[in-house]
Design a protein around this ligand. Structure first.
Ligand SMILES: Nc1ncnc2c1ncn2[C@@H]1O[C@H](COP(=O)(O)OP(=O)(O)O)[C@@H](O)[C@H]1O
Ligand SMILES: [Mg+2]
Length: 389
């Protein structure tokens, strides 16, 4: 099958698209990435998404409209991707669309007298199926949560299929808005895979850059600003004292915790330490690297021998994050995911192409050891393409 994966993460920087040829079934599943690209959100829409994801009050009317509007944006991205790949849409068998997360409560919290966990990804799959004429799988997370799981992370299934090795222990690190890791011990069985979010990554850096440049810059390209900053150990120490880092996995986090309020806290801390903008951005960059290293040292390396760390996500292009991680983990080889056939920017979109393929074949694709679910779940809901007349 030709499957197009669509992904927009917590950074809400745009829609990543990955086209893959997939055949067979695990453990003999064969995949080949044929192309990948990225399509930006219209600026006003991105702002609206960030507002909603921050928990700003909106009406059901607005949420419903935004769901359908994003469906159109995702459909446009799918068609634009096909055009760029020079692949006719009629040749694409399936779309897997993660959608845009606007709310994620992984651990149950009290709601009307009962503890509830829930999640909401928008970008209506029925709209994508109708506009592209391609059957679309969306809404991957609820099935896992309905079985008591956190609905995240889901990418470990792809990590397992891509990176499992008979002799080498590997960690897959994705540096998106949030940083997350998947641990794949040598010769691992699916039940031995575990994964969790280590903390903030680009989300914090982006927010600080946007703040200091009043929106003229959206991210710290190649860590240029962070590299001019001064290191302030006391500031970094305080940032590292965040209780999330001490929480035992499985755990997941997002904009609900590391959003605006958190950024304000970091800015206030920066002022208290008389940090200049570049110093704060440097601290946030080091925080990303150190919280990953800390998570590995606390929760992974004491239990599992790790030989290689495979990095993907936009943050894989941040040389300062990578240099810090490499320096702190002697004996572990740090490699970009492109060395394994999936470019850094295509990894998550590729994973949702794979998950859509599994959903289409009615196979479970959550890893209960990673999400905490009571058992296997077939992830996703299928919106069929309108019948061809
Ligand atoms: N050349 C670069 N230098 C530094 N950071 C980069 C670079 N390219 C991308 N990024 C970072 O990666 C982020 C996007 O990462 P991505 O993996 O798409 O995250 P998400 O899954 O949350 O959308 C950007 O917002 C930016 O912070
Ligand atoms: Mg992105």
């Amino acid at each position: 099958m030709l499957v197009l994966g669509l992904m927009s993460g917590t950074s809400a920087d745009g829609i990543d698209a990955a086209l893959a040829r997939i055949s067979g079934a695990p453990p003999k599943l064969k995949t080949k990435l044929l192309g990948h690209t990225s399509v930006k959100f219209p600026t006003a829409l991105r702002k609206e998404i960030l507002h909603v994801a921050e928990g700003r009050l909106i009406t059901a009317n607005e949420l419903s409209q935004l769901n359908f509007r994003l469906g159109e944006v995702f459909a446009d991205a799918a068609l634009e991707a096909c055009a760029r790949f020079r692949v006719s849409r009629s040749r694409v068998d399936l779309v897997g669309s993660h959608g845009q997360t606007v709310f994620h409560q992984g651990r149950p919290a009290f709601f009307f007298g009962r503890k509830m966990a829930s999640t909401l990804q928008i970008g209506e799959p029925a709209v994508i199926a109708a506009r592209t004429g391609i059957t679309t799988v969306g809404d991957f997370r609820p099935a896992d949560m309905a079985l008591g799981g956190q609905g995240a992370p889901l990418v470990p299934y792809a990590d397992y299929l891509l990176y499992r090795h008979a002799k080498l222990g590997r960690v897959s690190l994705n540096l998106g808005g949030i940083a997350n890791i998947t641990i794949i011990p040598a010769a691992a069985k699916p039940s031995q895979i575990f994964a969790f979010d280590t903390g903030p990554a680009n989300m914090l850096i982006d927010a600080l850059v946007t703040h200091f440049t009043r929106g003229r810059q959206r991210y710290d390209k190649d860590a240029k600003t962070a590299m001019t900053g001064r290191g302030i150990p006391a500031l970094l120490d305080e940032l590292m004292r965040d209780p999330y880092f001490r929480q035992k996995p499985p755990k997941s986090t997002g904009r609900e915790y590391y959003g605006d309020a958190y950024v304000k806290k970091v800015l206030a801390l920066g002022e208290r330490h008389r940090a200049k903008p570049a110093d704060v951005i440097r601290a946030a960059t080091f925080l990303t690297a150190l919280s990953v290293v800390d998570a590995l040292c606390s929760f992974v390396l004491p239990k599992v021998k790790i030989h290689q760390l495979i990095v993907s996500g936009g943050g894989a292009r941040n040389p300062l994050i990578l240099a810090q991680i490499e320096a702190a983990l002697p004996g572990i080889e740090v490699l970009p995911s492109s060395r394994f056939g999936v470019p850094e920017d295509a990894k998550e979109a590729f994973a949702f192409a794979l998950l859509a393929y599994e959903a289409f074949h009615q196979r479970a694709a959550n890893l209960p050891s990673a999400t905490g679910a009571r058992g296997p779940a077939i992830l996703g809901k299928i919106s069929y393409a309108p019948p061809r007349g």
